[in-house]
Design a protein around this ligand. Structure first.
Ligand SMILES: Cc1cc2nc3c(=O)[nH]c(=O)nc-3n(C[C@H](O)[C@H](O)[C@H](O)COP(=O)(O)OP(=O)(O)OC[C@H]3O[C@@H](n4cnc5c(N)ncnc54)[C@H](O)[C@@H]3O)c2cc1C
Length: 415
């Protein structure tokens, strides 16, 4: 391959562009709003190697309806969106059983397990290394009983070889004095990492790509140009860009792009939010998942970011106040003495295929059309490896992975 257009400059697209460039390929990186303007900007920054357990665990089907009506639960639905959600929802919920969870964990493990090393390899020599630090990933529970209710997920992590240390309230207080009596039990998973500013990290990687001869184009993708059953160009709002191959790395927006090829991907946006507190008076030592609230508190450059929750309302609806109010209320209970100078809010879109496994590979509909999207809650972590794997596929190299697990054609895709 000589010329590749990568569509989408989030972590997946930028990683793909850099790895292709390192292999001598000419790459154009296209984004409608510029690098790190999508979900890769505002995530919790955790390099979450052990996050192989999807949202769809056994018991969710019983709990979800109750959660939707309880303001103290981190699940939200815009009811007017329900008819549009319906084709996807039963397919998604069909994975709430041990067999499917194990299948999903087996697929996620190879792209997440070494994510700290994968990000170090990606960022080496780019200037973005400075945003990466090794860390534990802490799951903070109200009590040991609360932890025990999550035992299914911990068993899955153990089966995949992940290790952690458990702390009762007293020993956790010594580990991280930032938290008070609301945390009565914690599990600290080792050999993880964090990115201290995900947006700046991806922008720095993209700037390195450009400074090394890559081209970044800010324009909206419009269509694929297919000739003799192979892609030969893509069109944007402004121009036509010739290519031998293209990569769709547009995260939660990818479904719309693939419609142009007559494909219907069962994917939804799992909307999530963050609130950042500048110059906080208390900072957690490590990225910490508040298990009852399903949000993560991560120390970032000059600020504390709290990111998480799940809302179903599609890609177009404006931010909803309720999840943000939930987060602020929860924080007041967790850290009543915390104060800060300024706060900022953000809404993002996790790309969630119905089976929670990213789509990585070539589409059979036209030669040279590759995809890399659908990393749901773990795309920052898995983005570095995914980009490397895509560069190997495009250059005809071995990936060392069983690519069948990520095949886009595992779904029935006809429109
Ligand atoms: C609240 C929250 C917390 C999270 N925390 C973590 C975490 O701690 N760790 C982790 O690993 N993951 C986390 N994630 C998930 C992670 O952020 C995503 O999985 C990941 O960022 C997806 O990256 P991407 O490159 O696929 O997509 P994106 O970053 O969304 O990039 C897609 C790009 O495509 C562009 N685009 C879209 N349509 C077009 C078009 N038509 N033409 C041109 N360009 C287009 C967009 O502008 C965008 O820049 C979190 C997500 C959320 C919402």
């Amino acid at each position: 391959m000589k010329n590749v257009v990568v569509i989408g400059a989030g972590i997946v697209g930028v990683s793909t562009a850099i790895w292709l460039q390192r292999k001598g390929v000419d790459v154009v990186l296209l984004d409608k709003k510029g690098p790190a303007s999508g979900t890769s900007y505002g995530n919790a920054g955790v390099l979450a190697a052990a996050s192989v357990v999807p949202v769809t665990v056994p018991g969710l089907i019983g709990k979800a309806p109750v959660m939707l009506f309880d303001k103290r639960q981190p699940l939200f639905l815009n009811w007017t969106y329900l008819p549009r959600l319906l084709p996807w929802l039963p397919r998604y919920l069909a994975h709430c059983n041990p067999k499917q969870v194990n299948r999903i964990a087996t697929a996620l493990a190879p792209i997440l397990r070494d994510c700290l090393a994968d990000h170090r390899a990606l960022s080496k020599g780019t200037g973005a290394e400075k945003y990466i630090s090794p860390a534990d990933y802490v799951y903070a529970y109200k009590s040991k009983d609360h932890f025990d209710k999550d035992i299914f997920a911990w068993d899955v992590r153990q089966q995949h070889g992940f290790e952690w240390t458990e702390h009762d309230a007293e020993s956790y207080r010594r580990y991280d004095p930032a938290f008070g009596k609301e945390v009565g039990y914690a599990a600290c998973v080792h050999n993880h990492g964090r990115i201290s500013d995900p947006g700046e990290y991806v922008k720095t990687l993209a700037a390195h790509f450009e400074n090394s001869g890559g081209q970044i184009v800010q324009a909206e993708f419009q269509d694929f140009v297919i000739r003799d059953k192979a892609v030969c160009a893509i069109t944007t709002t402004d121009s036509t860009i010739d290519c031998d191959a293209t990569v769709v790395a547009t995260g939660a927006w990818s479904k719309a792009l693939l419609r142009k090829l007559g494909l219907n991907i069962p994917m939804e946006s799992e909307r999530g939010y963050h609130i950042e507190l500048y110059e906080p008076t208390v900072m957690p030592a490590m990225p910490t998942m508040i298990a009852a609230g399903k949000f993560v508190m991560t120390p970032m450059e000059g600020r504390l970011r709290m990111a998480g929750m799940v809302e179903f309302a599609g890609l177009e609806a404006k931010a909803n106040k309720q999840p943000l109010e939930f987060l602020r209320r929860y924080l007041g209970e967790l850290m009543p003495d915390l104060s800060w100078t300024e706060s900022r809010e953000w809404l993002g879109h996790r790309p969630a295929p119905s089976d929670s496994v990213p789509l990585i590979g070539q589409l059979p509909v036209a030669r040279g059309v590759f995809v890399g999207f659908g990393h749901q809650h773990v795309g920052l972590s898995g983005g570095a490896k995914t980009g490397e794997v895509l560069s190997q596929l495009i250059c005809g190299e071995e990936t060392g992975l069983n690519m069948q697990m990520y095949s886009p054609m595992r779904f029935r895709l006809a429109l």
